[in-house]
Every structure is written in structure tokens, then in C-alpha cells.
Design a protein around this ligand. Structure first.
Ligand code: PHE
Length: 341
């Protein structure tokens, strides 16, 4: 019996397995209740009493050895399995193409406009896209019969009381003025909606950024200097600006803002239609009636406001000739845009 135990000991210590099947063979032979070791324990009853103690120790040692070996075999099998399942590395393969996305061109432009104005103390405010008549028209001094209040220009959702998709983000400025006391320096970016036929130049949904500055002693010179600062930061340091008299119900006086054509350097090209100037937005001094409507005393405070279309500025900057490209989600178009400085 002792020799048997010795032989098993040697067998266990040199045992190797290469798969689960062989591991199971080991378990059946040395660990299970019907194992050769259990058989030896069963034979203990035939051992002479004086040898029992010694035999017991030999068998226990054998049992422990079998169990330790079993654990060892499981571990080595797991290790070799995980090594063989890891994909082999083929160093000759071409690298995986760079799938990093790029920002939408409109997002790039918006971000840059906000950054430029944040540097001179403007904060950012947001408002609802579904707006009431007061915030979109009446508080902004639109007369009762103004054409923008017609169905063909505005998407109305309800009539009496009038609820519409906002036609400009000036509505957000009314909300800010109602809530806050001057000094106010805020920018309101967002989507606006107008009932226009979609074409190369126009869309019924587009984006604006509007700015508002209200404080004591704000003058037209402040407006002009702020517009010049923006134009130079955005379009380049040699940019010139021109303010042409215009009309908006909510500003008086009002102006259209032109910049010197940065494409041809004012020599004349298709983009500036050979005038040397391109229009980028509207601006003016906030009409005293608008301040009054928002409970701000026009005797004490003055302000300026400006607004520009993000699509228009992006089209100029990147020389994009069709506004519809912004909403077509064509990856060949979108992937060309990386942020520019
Ligand atoms: N709200 C005007 C528009 O939608 C733009 C504008 C804003 C003009 C502020 C003057 C002052 O066209």
C-alpha cells in the first residue's frame, strides 16, 4: 500500500494537462469520491493497527498533494487559454483611419463669436423658441400692422393670443431686460424661424446671435467700436467696417453693418458683388420705447443692440455657396471643417 501511494505521488507530480477534458480526467482519478486515493483510504481498515498512524499521514499527504496539483493545473490552463485567445498582432497592417469627428461649421462660428464677445464682458442668455407676441414683437416696438406679423412671414402656432416660432433672438433680450437691471451685456444665440421658401440663400430655419448692451451713457460710438473689434477679431486685423443707415422697429438710429471684403481685399469679387463690402448684420441704439416696455428708464439708461445670422457669417468665412448644405448632413461636407483661428 505504501508503494502504491509512492507511485501515485510520482504520477501526480509529473501530471500535465492541455485541455479541460484532461483536467477532468485528473479530477476523476485523484480528487473525486471514487478516486484512487479514496480507494486507498478505504483500504485503511486492512492496515495493521500499529501501522495505521503512519499510513494515515502518508495518505493525507497524498490527498493534499492531489488537491494542490489540481488547483495548479486549473490556473495554468486558464492562463494558456487567455494567452491563446488574444488576437495576434499584425504589425504590417495599415493603421485604423482617424475617426475623430469635427464640429459642425455653424457650431464653430457660434463658439468663436461667443468667445470674442465674452472677452469684453458679454455673458450668454437663452430663451424659448416658441414665443408669445409680446416678447417677439410688441415689446420690441413692432407696430400693429408690421408685415412680420403676417402669416406669410411668421410661423404662428396659435392665434389670439398669438404664439409663434420666434423670428429673431431679440425676444431673448426682452426677457433679459425684464429680469435684470442694467448694466446688461448679453449675447443670445439660437435658432430662429421664418416662413420663407428654401433656396440657395434662404432657409426657414436658421441661427442668429444677437447682442445687447444697456448701461448709463452707452453711445453710438461704443456700438461702432464694438463692431470694429468684433470684425477684426473674426475676419482679420485689417478688416474695416461701414455702417449704413437702416430701419428696425426696436432700434433708433439703426444701421446695417458691412465689413471690407476679406476675400478680394476690396479689389472686387463675386462675394462682394464688386463693391468691396459685404453685409454681416444689423445694429442700432435700443429704441427708448423698448427700454420702457421692459421697465428700464430711457432717461437714465441707453443701449445698443446688434444681430447677425450665423449661417451668413459661416458662408462668408468658408465661402460656402449654398445654405442648404448646413442641414443636409452630408459627411463629405461636414468633415472638411476643423476649427480655424
Ligand atoms: N433682429 C434683427 C433681425 O432679425 C437683427 C437686429 C438685432 C438688428 C439687433 C438690430 C439690432 O434681423
Amino acid at each position: 500500500m505504501k508503494e502504491k501511494a509512492e507511485a501515485l505521488k510520482a504520477e501526480i507530480s509529473s501530471y500535465q494537462v492541455s485541455d479541460k477534458e484532461e483536467l477532468e480526467q485528473f479530477r476523476l482519478r485523484f480528487i473525486s469520491r471514487k478516486s484512487v486515493i479514496s480507494d486507498l483510504f478505504a483500504e485503511m481498515k486492512n492496515v495493521a493497527p500499529e501501522d495505521r498512524k503512519e499510513m494515515g499521514m502518508v495518505l493525507n499527504e497524498l490527498k493534499n498533494q492531489a488537491q494542490a496539483k489540481f488547483k495548479e493545473l486549473i490556473a495554468s490552463l486558464e492562463k494558456s487559454e487567455s494567452e491563446s485567445s488574444a488576437a495576434p498582432v499584425d504589425l504590417t497592417l495599415p493603421p485604423i483611419p482617424d475617426t475623430l469627428g469635427s464640429l459642425h461649421p455653424l457650431a464653430i462660428t457660434k463658439k468663436r463669436i461667443l468667445e470674442i464677445f465674452e472677452r469684453i464682458g458679454f455673458n450668454v442668455s437663452y430663451g424659448p423658441e416658441i414665443e408669445d407676441d409680446w416678447h417677439n414683437f410688441t415689446a420690441l416696438n413692432f407696430p400693429e400692422n408690421h408685415p412680420a406679423r403676417e402669416m406669410q412671414d411668421t410661423f404662428f402656432i396659435e392665434k389670439d393670443p398669438d404664439i409663434a416660432l420666434r423670428t429673431h433672438t431679440s425676444s431673448v433680450q426682452v426677457r433679459v431686460m425684464e429680469k435684470e437691471k442694467p448694466p446688461i451685456r448679453t449675447l443670445s444665440p439660437g435658432r430662429v424661424f421664418r416662413n420663407e421658401a428654401i433656396s440657395v440663400r434662404a432657409h426657414c430655419i436658421f441661427h442668429q446671435v444677437e447682442g445687447l448692451y444697456v448701461d448709463k451713457n452707452v453711445s453710438f460710438a461704443d456700438l461702432k467700436q464694438t463692431m470694429l473689434y468684433f470684425a477684426r477679431e473674426f475676419f482679420g486685423k485689417n478688416t474695416k467696417i461701414r455702417l449704413r443707415p437702416s430701419y428696425f422697429p426696436f432700434t433708433e438710429p439703426s444701421a446695417e453693418l458691412d465689413i471690407s471684403c476679406f476675400i478680394c481685399g476690396q479689389k472686387g469679387c463675386k462675394v462682394c458683388k464688386h463693391t468691396g463690402w459685404v453685409e454681416i448684420g444689423g445694429c442700432g441704439m435700443v429704441d427708448p420705447n423698448v427700454l420702457k416696455n421692459c421697465d428700464i428708464d430711457p432717461e437714465e439708461y441707453t443701449g445698443f443692440a446688434f444681430g447677425m445670422g450665423i449661417e451668413r457669417i459661416t458662408m462668408l468665412k468658408y465661402q460656402i455657396n449654398d445654405i442648404r448644405l448646413f442641414t443636409e448632413n452630408d459627411i463629405r461636407f461636414l468633415s472638411q471643417f476643423k476649427p480655424v483661428n
